[in-house]
Design a protein around this ligand. Structure first.
Ligand code: 13P
Length: 254
């Protein structure tokens, strides 16, 4: 299975999100997208309306964050319970913007992933080094630490997915080189296997790449051992989304 996960961040209004969801639905109704799992992650405020548009389309509804518990005095937060009620199937956890701007720690990411997985939702956990960490030669150490911290031996890994998103590649127009993404995916899988106490599980967890992915380069990151992409900017317009989908349509089956 190959993945194309659209992270619309806080870039679209509810009306714009609905229009884009309709356009993506139209595309998949008109074209075959074999072996491709598509998920759209609008902002929480648009989940309900976008969910109605995607119903029965085969396109999954995703969310960009969830709280680490089901019920609590947590003003402004969204429970995994709400997401499940809204028909959300996958949740992005620990995006670098949430780590950097909202101060989310490895420990909080761990608890959020557990809370989401407990409801049978897919957790897409983001890991990735910052520019200065790569320059210091610490890129692998950082993703190993983040991957290890995200899970433990009791984590139900069947619905776990990792997105390797180097912070320096997000929104810059410069993606990582494929060989560097592959090396990081190897390190992530190795670390997950150790933390889960199950090497085989580690090897089977999908690893996506995110950071300046567009229609011109998406194929590079949608071939084994990488399992697809988590896309920001290029997924936030009809043109960008169609370019991604057209590029993936012609990718040979693995
Ligand atoms: P860009 O595709 O805009 O670089 O964003 C990547 C990202 O952060 C997806 O979660």
């Amino acid at each position: 299975m190959r993945y194309l996960v659209a992270n619309w961040k806080m870039k679209l209004t509810i009306a714009e999100s609905m229009a884009l969801a309709r356009a993506v639905r139209e595309f998949v109704e008109r074209h075959d997208t074999p072996d491709l799992h598509i998920a759209l992650c609008p902002s929480h405020a648009a989940l309900s309306e976008v969910g109605k548009i995607l119903a029965t389309s085969g396109i999954a509804l995703g969310a960009q964050d969830a709280a680490h518990v089901d019920r609590a005095s947590l003003t402004g937060a969204t429970s995994p319970l709400h997401l499940a009620e809204l028909g959300v199937k996958e949740v992005i956890i620990g995006h670098s913007e949430r780590r950097a701007i909202f101060g989310e720690t490895d420990e909080l990411v761990h608890h959020k992933a557990k809370a989401v997985l407990a409801h049978g939702l897919t957790a897409i956990i983001c890991v990735g080094e910052r520019k200065e960490e790569r320059d210091r030669g610490e890129a692998e150490t950082v993703v190993r630490r983040q991957a290890r911290a995200a899970v433990d031996a009791g984590t139900p890994w069947e619905k776990l997915c990792i997105a390797y998103e180097p912070v320096w590649a997000i929104g810059t127009g410069t993606p990582v080189r494929r060989e560097d993404a592959v090396a990081q995916a190897d390190a992530i899988r190795d670390e997950l296997g150790k933390a889960l106490g199950n090497k085989d599980a580690g090897a089977r967890i999908p690893v996506l790449y995110g950071g300046s992915v567009d229609g011109d380069n998406v194929r590079l990151f949608t071939q084994a051992p990488l399992n697809g992409t988590l896309v920001g900017t290029a997924s936030q317009s009809k043109e960008g989304m169609y370019a991604l989908l057209l590029a993936l349509r012609t990718l040979p089956q693995e």
